[in-house]
Design a protein around this ligand. Sequence first.
Ligand code: 5GP
Ligand code: MN
Length: 337
Amino acid sequence: MQNLIQSAQHIVIFTHMAPDGDAMGSALAMYHYLGGNAQIIVPNAFPAFFGWMPGADKILVYENNTEVCNPVIAAADLIICTDFNDPKRLGPIGEKLLANPCPKILIDHHLNPMDFATEVYSYPDATSTCEIIYRLLYGDLRETDEPLTKLNETIAACIYTGLMTDTGNFSFNSTRCELYEIIAELLRAGLKKDEIYNAVFNQHTADRVRLTGYALYRKMRLYPEYHLALITLSAEELERYHYQVGDTEGLVNMPLQISDIYYSVFMREERPKPGTPSSRIRISFRSQGDRPVNIWAHEIFHGGGHANASGGEIYGTMGKAVRLFEQSFPKYLKKED
Ligand code: 5GP
Ligand code: MN
């Protein structure tokens, strides 16, 4: 990796659609490691609660700046991809990425990466892509003891954001002691851990909190035999609460607070884009323990992901999505006592 970085002049960093904390953190950690000599491009907008992240104001959003981004992508002589395993997760950028023959570095923790990169750092057992980045730059996987940029408070903040969000603030997938050894090093570098929690989780609008209340009180359906919960929110309902990107982040996890609910699904309707006939229904799947949801997400909802956290989508009405869901869950979920 260090060799490819040293010989590049025009580096572009990509991360996945609907960027989450690990996507933002991993892309920005690389950006700061490169001394800011890179351009991060994300397919679509990131939530406002990541706006505080150092360098977030320099990120280009492809959907809103296509004309600016296309020549930057074409001129790249190194592309660094973080936190996704398939160019399809970049939406329309995917084709632009493949069209540029320059070397590509993939750093990711999703299973079975597609074969498109020159160098692949894929560790599906890692908590997050940010963990892999720490280990590659400063930890057990490092290639040099003289990093381009020493670990500092800025890079620590980016890395910590991914560790924190991809483990649900260290509530799952977070039992390995090496994780806490990394956090200890981040703290030594000046990490302001509690401020980051506050910036990500305690800066919401009143509308967002009310939307969460409405979704849980009025829109949560339980399927007790299957220990399953479903929440749906239509475009009209979201508009009623002045929905902004990220406002439903984490909602899918909330039904899992119920003692005998092990599976949770959340469906969100996006109005059709101009020129397209149908709404897009974005679907999030979560589960606990040995109850994988990724095959279900893949086979029925054109998606995939981790065993306990997956996503997918369909085009059509919410009614169609719910029918597909109700027809398919008995095949994919365990019926338990
Ligand atoms: P979320 O519910 O937060 O949108 O997604 C949860 C996880 O599922 C993500 O971290 C990602 O790994 C995976 N995922 C979400 N959407 C898709 C998709 O459309 N395709 C695939 N392959 N994985 C997805
Ligand atoms: Mn991740």
